[in-house]
Structures are given as structure tokens and as C-alpha cells.
Design a protein around this ligand. Structure first.
Ligand code: SAM
Length: 249
């Protein structure tokens, strides 16, 4: 049987095997499979017919049996659901496990485009909580704006700033989400460009950028607030090492 080891970069496979041992085989063969299609429903616009196969960790997550042409579906354009990988929906479980105040909270989604996490937070937050959805890359702003507008949430502000530009907002946010730009190993299954663009240098570059992003945004987190860091990569340099670096400071 073919596995990811046959078409993925050698150094990636080596690092995965070092991290996961014999379990790496499961991940490598899954990388050669078709990705399941899943959507997250908008609780304010539930469509009349909902698929019944549920995502275990997200009450509004559903699997579809095949990939439809979403752009032919009026409910897609109305923001009745967001097409999102089930694994990304774990954010809801994280949110539910964190302590929340009854008073309005301030939330920053620092790396927000195209809006998967921001639409999810918009459904989870209280209506008087403030959500700032930020995207630094100008060309990605319009898709973020479009998705947030279609989703239709109250008290959402879209900003276009570099993380360092938030520094005047000292100890301002109760929650900061950093879904960091990364080397994209999690995209290998559905995007062959992600495979050809991956390199160890790219991992090192991304890791340095992630450290910088956390350093820049940390002063804007309230004392006792929470910073939620995620990437779609498996390697330790872009995950555990970045968190260790932040904690050591
Ligand atoms: N959170 C988004 C979602 O769920 O739909 C996906 C975010 S994507 C993994 C990372 C985002 O970080 C991209 O939109 C990218 O443009 C942005 N980005 C790139 N360089 C950045 C930087 N130096 N600082 C902050 N964000 C950056």
C-alpha cells in the first residue's frame, strides 16, 4: 500500500517518525487519503435540511458524504454554514473549557483570514463581547470581510494591522487567538503545492516569525487572560518550541 512516505519530503518523514515512532505510519497513510468534507453550521441561520453525520467534538459540525459545488448553494452564500476541516473545529471545545466572565469580554483573532476561527468565535461569544478580527495581508482582507459579513455577528471589528501595531493596547484583551502562519504540513493531504513549498529552511523561517508574533502581541493580553496558539503543522519547532519560548519569557 502507498503511504505518505512515498511522496512527502524525506526530512519531513524523518522528523515525523522521530516524533511519533511506529504511530507515524497511521498518519503517513492517512495523508494519502481523500480528506473528509465537513461544515460548521451557523446557529443563527440553521438551514432546513442538515446533514446528520456529526463531528464528535463540535455540536454544530457535520460531515458531508461528498463534496458538493458549494457555490451553487444559496445557503452557502447566505452564511448558513462555513466549510471547515473538522480538526479546526476543536476551537469550540477549547473555548468552552476556558473560564469566562458574565461581563463583556474582549477577544482578538490576530491571524484571522479567511475567517474560519473568527466565524466560530463569533458564534461562541456573548453578543456584547467584542471580537477584533485582524489580518495583516491586505489581499486576504476582502475574503475575511465577506465571510464575517455573510456570517452576520454583532460587535465584530475587522482590522488590518501588523501584530506589533497592537502594542498601544496594553493588557487589553481577555483572549487572543494566534492561528499562526506556518509551513503548512497540515495541508499536504489536499494541496500538492504545500508539499513542494515545504523545506527545513521554511520551517525555521516560520518558527522565527511565530516567535516574533507572540512577542509582539503578548503585551496586549490582560493579566489572567488566555492566549490560544495553533498551527496546522506537526513539527516541534513551530509548536512546542514556540510555546516554550513564550513561557520562558
Ligand atoms: N485563522 C484563519 C482561519 O481559521 O480561517 C487561518 C489563518 S492562516 C493559518 C494564518 C494567517 O496569518 C494568514 O491569513 C496570513 O495572511 C496571516 N499572516 C501572515 N503573516 C503574518 C504575520 N507576520 N503576522 C500575523 N499574521 C500573519
Amino acid at each position: 500500500m502507498r503511504s505518505g512516505a512515498d511522496f512527502l519530503p524525506d526530512s519531513f518523514v524523518k522528523q515525523l517518525k522521530a516524533a511519533l515512532g511506529s504511530q507515524s505510519e497511521y498518519l503517513l497513510s492517512a495523508m494519502d487519503e481523500e480528506a473528509p468534507v465537513s461544515i460548521r453550521l451557523n446557529p443563527s441561520k440553521l438551514p432546513p435540511n442538515q446533514p446528520d453525520k456529526r463531528v464528535v467534538w463540535e455540536p454544530l459540525g457535520r460531515y458531508l458524504s461528498e463534496r458538493p459545488v458549494f457555490t451553487l448553494d444559496p445557503h452557502f452564500h447566505a452564511g448558513a454554514y462555513y466549510v471547515q476541516e473538522a480538526s479546526s473545529m476543536i476551537l469550540g471545545e477549547v473555548w468552552r473549557r476556558l473560564p469566562h466572565s458574565e461581563d463583556p469580554e474582549k477577544i482578538l483573532d490576530l491571524c484571522a483570514a479567511p475567517g474560519g476561527k473568527s466565524t466560530h468565535i463569533a458564534s461562541l461569544k456573548k453578543s456584547d463581547d467584542l471580537l477584533v478580527s485582524n489580518e495583516v495581508i491586505r489581499s486576504r482582507l476582502s475574503i475575511l470581510e465577506e465571510n464575517m459579513t455573510k456570517w452576520g455577528a454583532e460587535n465584530v471589528v475587522i482590522t488590518h494591522n501588523d501584530p506589533s501595531e497592537f502594542q498601544p493596547l496594553k493588557e487589553f484583551f481577555d483572549f487572543i487567538f494566534v492561528d499562526a502562519p506556518c509551513s503548512g504540513e497540515g495541508l499536504f493531504r489536499r494541496d500538492s503545492d504545500a508539499i513542494s513549498e515545504w523545506s527545513e529552511d521554511q520551517v525555521a523561517f516560520c518558527s522565527a516569525r511565530q516567535n516574533r508574533i507572540l512577542e509582539d502581541i503578548w503585551p496586549s493580553l490582560k493579566v489572567g487572560g488566555h492566549l490560544i496558539y495553533s498551527t496546522c503543522t506537526y513539527n516541534t519547532q513551530e509548536n512546542e518550541d514556540v510555546i516554550k519560548g513564550a513561557l520562558s519569557q
